[in-house]
Design a protein around this ligand. Structure first.
Ligand SMILES: C[S@@+](CC[C@H](N)C(=O)[O-])C[C@H]1O[C@@H](n2cnc3c(N)ncnc32)[C@H](O)[C@@H]1O
Length: 291
């Protein structure tokens, strides 16, 4: 048993090192995905944004998460747990004048680039682990995690830390892909896409939606709301093949070679699309809850 736990911890450490390297090297590629450097999928609102305009859907994802945080517009403080280069933070700070935002990421490249982009805004990014931050308990009105907790396998530790740093009645919102069933129940095709997705995007695993709901309840979160928004996210996932082709062509025309991390990222995006097609096994969800 002890050897098994040690082996798991070793694997987890390796995954983290690989993930940090991945983001240090491949973050700049996201400029091709999003001009605002949003490192996530988008949210489509029929008649309000166009499924052909990716950047508006990516920013709509920020808008939807922000809406669910129910922040006081005059004065509030949020933390973005796994913030990338602060795309969501910048969106929020421009929209809500009384807001102060903090973000944590493990990638030093993202800290430097993100803080440069936040220069004239009330936001700051630090190089910390979202599973164990240095913030005092009961500090924030809102905590969010967009496609970041998957890197730690949607582990209970990550939710526990979000709970700890939130003020009483503070809101937590996560937007991410989850399994609709346990890994042991996945069919051959879903299992293949899932394994490849995890290895190419350095994801420890994806938790099942049922497990996450239970973990949040056990931790003391109230008013837990789970929304399956897969169909709203699908139009932006369908941009993946076009974005990949465009990115490769641009590199070829500039006579530039592809970095190993960039190639890994592109393959990961392809497996995200492949996983998304297995709609009985995977779903994209918003989960919101109150402390
Ligand atoms: C796919 S990106 C999403 C970034 C951002 N949420 C967005 O939507 O633009 C995942 C982010 O999670 C961060 N991350 C992964 N594991 C982390 C950890 N244990 N602690 C802090 N950040 C982490 C990565 O550094 C990266 O910034």
């Amino acid at each position: 048993m002890e050897t098994l736990i040690l082996k798991h911890q070793e694997k987890s450490k390796e995954n983290t090192i690989e993930m940090v390297d991945f983001y240090n090297e491949a973050t700049e590629d996201y400029a091709f995905w999003s001009k605002d450097l949003n490192m996530h999928f988008g949210y489509y609102r029929p008649f309000l944004n166009s499924p052909f305009r990716r950047n508006t859907m990516l920013n709509e994802m920020n808008n939807q998460v922000l809406k669910r945080l129910n922040l006081d517009k005059d004065k509030s403080t949020i933390i973005d747990l796994g913030c990338g280069v602060g795309g969501t933070m910048r969106y929020a700070l421009k929209k809500i004048k009384g807001l102060t935002a903090f973000g944590v990421t493990l990638s030093p490249f993202q800290v430097e680039k993100g803080n440069a982009l936040l220069k004239h805004l009330k936001g700051s990014i630090i190089n910390e682990n979202y599973n164990q931050t240095s913030f005092k308990s009961n500090s924030f009105d809102g905590a969010l995690a967009i496609e970041s907790f998957c890197h730690s396998g949607h582990d209970k530790r990550s939710f526990k830390e979000a709970y700890r740093v939130l003020k009483s009645n503070g809101r937590f919102v996560i937007a991410d892909a989850f399994l609709k069933k346990e890994t042991s129940e996945l069919c051959y095709g879903s299992n293949y896409a899932y394994r490849k997705l995890c290895s190419h995007w350095s994801l420890e695993r994806l938790a099942s939606i049922k497990t996450v709901k239970k973990d949040l309840t056990d931790l003391g979160f109230k008013n837990i709301k789970v929304e399956d928004v897969s169909f709203r996210v699908a139009p932006s996932v369908l941009h993946v093949p076009f974005a990949i082709t465009g990115f490769i062509l641009k590199k070829l025309f500039a006579f530039k070679s592809l970095k190993r991390e960039s190639l890994h990222n592109l393959k990961g995006s392809f497996y995200a699309l492949l996983s998304g097609l297995h709609m009985k096994s995977f779903g994209y969800y918003f989960i919101s809850a109150t402390k």
